[in-house]
Design a protein around this ligand. Structure first.
Ligand code: ATP
Ligand code: MG
Length: 631
């Protein structure tokens, strides 16, 4: 099929288009209206239709391919591996749902899930979906404060958690964090359900805390029919990564999400029932929701849930999983690929990767060097896809399931069906021409699968996302982009990541892209720093591929010069950073995104701001040291 026609139909006749797509999932009752857009920017999809996410992900397949693998939980932290067939998964989910019901959870109630990457976390999510409870998965290991604010936001009747997680072989106790968070919060849950992995101390609070294994034993034979949900009832709350400030609580529906995932599994990820999908993300992030738990299962695929590091016990671990489970589609993030690029390539070369058909990468800009490197190793399409927690599935990509359009280095591709993507001039709001930089926006209604609202705060939804331009109501992604003459988009960074050097507006991404082409650069962050003379100057922080080459002051000075020369040649002297600092690591969110705003704050002598999402606070100290020492 021709993608341009497919896309055009999705835009010109969205109701007909999505009505057709809705046949990909099971409906208990069909909808009475495909789209209700009478109260923009709010959009309701498949109004009156009833369905259930768990039924589509689990029960439906338990009926037709019950013995096929559904969930494969692998932990290199605890050296365990367990595969659940669709039938077994259904039984576990029914048990978990029955436990939840016995603890007083009903339709529309919130359940907060604060869990490591273990099978029970998926059971809990699916159990919520089964009984119509709204889950709010909070990344395991988040500090007590971040957890407390999410407890207050969701007011859960139940929290599902565990004694602890494990990272790099070290147990990370959860229970005391959880207790502290509940103490800090004003909305106390009535019950806390705990999985005891025997990794960390877990003292139960009498009357509140209950043990998963005990209750599971009591509900071994539970059979619990699904609760049919109206398509627009909420399915879950999920917070954005917090890269730019206070995370936003994205609320998603049931029916639209199921349809969007089913169609993206078909057209974007080309997954077939019976095959294995491997997304290396965490259930605490949107990729984990859409493409570890719901998407692959809705497509009847086995999905891999991996607890562990990409380089332990050795950097071949992911590829050994691909070989063993004959993974056909793999989904990861550029940051992880950059980590692997620093390892000896023998580790990935020793496995039989012939099952793999494509690698999907998302979450942050995919630089050309990384993309080219992994392509040269794998020889399968490397498919960048651009989207947000808010949208739930890709906005820009290449839908190989429709037409085998070529990918283009540095570009996540073209607008996906259903998304009316536009580029608008920041100051005039006029549409940009080819190769002209603008704000990436989406004209309403947002397609199925996208956020319904900010949980509990419709006004914040309107004010945050739909109020950037005064003369037209469009959804702003807060990302810069441009479109080349062939319609391919390029993401140039976030709208607050633009540097203004003596009147020239430069995207941090462009400078970073240029710097990564230097052979000894593994990773780089560029920020704009206040400068009396020029307004702002670019400052770069580089992780060297080979640290031995930047061990001495002289070496660093020499490599800085080389990097200047690279930028001068590729972008012009105006984009040349004022300084290049070499650091051992960069501050990132736990979902692997660069915290540029914190780096910038440190460079300007300000407080680094909200750090709830930071992975390793020591990274900020390293930036500080580099800046202070001037090296
Ligand atoms: P917050 O909104 O709380 O600041 P966040 O935007 O990092 O956090 P996410 O929803 O996890 O939270 O990330 C979405 C953002 O990630 C996009 O808006 C974009 O800036 C970036 N992004 C995602 N995928 C890509 C990609 N393929 N190429 C470039 N940027 C990407
Ligand atoms: Mg965002």
């Amino acid at each position: 099929m021709n993608y341009a026609d497919f896309y055009q139909r999705s835009i010109a006749t969205p109701e007909q288009f999505w009505q057709d797509e809705s046949a990909l999932i099971h409906w208990n009752t069909p909808c009475t209206q495909v789209l209700d857009h009478s109260n923009p920017p709010f959009a309701k999809w498949f109004v009156g239709g009833t369905t259930n996410l768990c039924y589509n992900a689990v029960d439906r397949w338990a009926l037709t391919q019950g013995d096929k693998a559904a969930l494969i939980a692998i932990s290199t932290e605890t050296n365990s591996e367990r595969s659940y067939s669709f039938r077994e998964l259904q039984r576990e989910v029914e048990r978990c749902a029955a436990i939840m019901q016995s603890l007083g959870v009903g339709r529309g109630d919130r359940v907060l899930i604060y869990m490591p990457m273990i099978a029970e976390a998926a059971f809990a999510m699916l159990a919520c979906a089964r009984i119509g409870a709204i889950h709010s998965v909070v990344f395991g290991g988040f500090a007590a404060n971040s957890l407390a604010s999410r407890i207050d936001d969701a007011k859960p009747v139940l929290i599902v958690s565990a004694d602890g997680g494990s990272r790099n072989g070290k147990a990370i106790p959860y229970k005391h964090l959880l207790d502290e968070a509940i103490n800090l919060s004003s909305a106390k849950p009535a019950k806390v359900l705990l999985v005891d992995r025997k990794l960390a101390p877990m003292e139960l609070v009498a009357g509140r805390d209950v043990d998963y294994a005990e209750l599971r034993a009591a509900h071994m034979d539970a059979q619990l029919p699904v609760t049919w949900m109206e398509s627009n009832e909420p399915s879950y709350i999920l917070y954005t990564s917090g890269t730019t400030g206070r995370p936003k609580g994205v609320q998603r529906d049931v029916g639209g999400y199921a349809v969007a995932l089913a169609s993206s599994m078909k057209y974007n990820f080309c997954g077939n029932a019976g095959e294995t999908f491997f997304a290396t993300s965490d259930i605490g992030w949107v990729v984990g929701h859409s493409y570890i738990v719901y998407g692959p299962l809705i497509a009847g695929m086995a999905t891999i849930m991996y607890e562990g590091m990409p380089i332990c016990p050795d950097p071949g671990i992911w590829w050994s999983i691909v070989e063993k489970y004959k993974v056909t589609r793999m989904f990861s993030a550029p940051t992880a690929i950059r980590v692997l690029r620093k390892q000896p390539p023998e580790y990935m070369r020793k496995y039989d990767l012939t099952s793999l058909r494509a690698l999907y990468l998302a979450g942050e800009p995919l630089d050309e060097t990384t993309s080219q490197w992994i392509y040269d190793e794998l020889h399968v399409p490397i498919i960048d896809n651009y989207w947000q927690t808010e949208t739930g599935w890709p906005i820009l990509s290449i839908a190989k399931g429709i037409e085998d359009l070529p990918t283009r280095l540095g570009s996540p591709g073209v607008p996906m069906y259903g998304y009316k993507v536009k580029l608008l001039n920041e100051s005039t709001g006029a549409e940009c021409g080819a190769n002209e930089k603008g704000v990436v926006v989406i004209e309403g209604p947002l397609p199925p699968g996208c956020m319904q609202t900010v949980y509990g705060d419709d006004q914040r939804f309107v004010d945050t996302y739909w109020s950037t331009f005064t003369d037209r109501q469009v959804y702003s992604t807060f990302d810069w982009g441009l479109r080349d003459a062939d319609g391919y988009y390029f993401i140039l960074g976030r709208t607050d990541d633009v540097i203004n050097v003596a009147g020239h507006r430069l995207g941090t991404r462009e400078i970073e892209e240029s710097i990564t082409s230097h052979p000894n650069v593994s990773e780089v962050a560029v920020v704009g720093v206040e400068d009396k003379l020029k307004g702002q100057v670019a400052v770069a922080f580089v992780i060297a591929k080979n640290a031995a080459e930047v061990a001495s002051d002289e070496q660093r000075a020499a490599q800085e010069k080389e990097i200047f020369a690279v930028v001068d040649r590729q972008l012009g002297a105006v984009a040349r950073p004022a300084r290049v600092f070499f650091v051992p690591q960069l501050p990132k969110t736990r979902s692997g995104k660069l915290l540029r705003r914190s780096i910038q704050a440190i460079c300007e002598g300000r407080s680094p701001g909200d750090l709830t999402a930071i992975e390793d606070p020591a990274s900020l100290q390293q930036i500080q040291n580099a800046v202070q020492n001037g090296l």
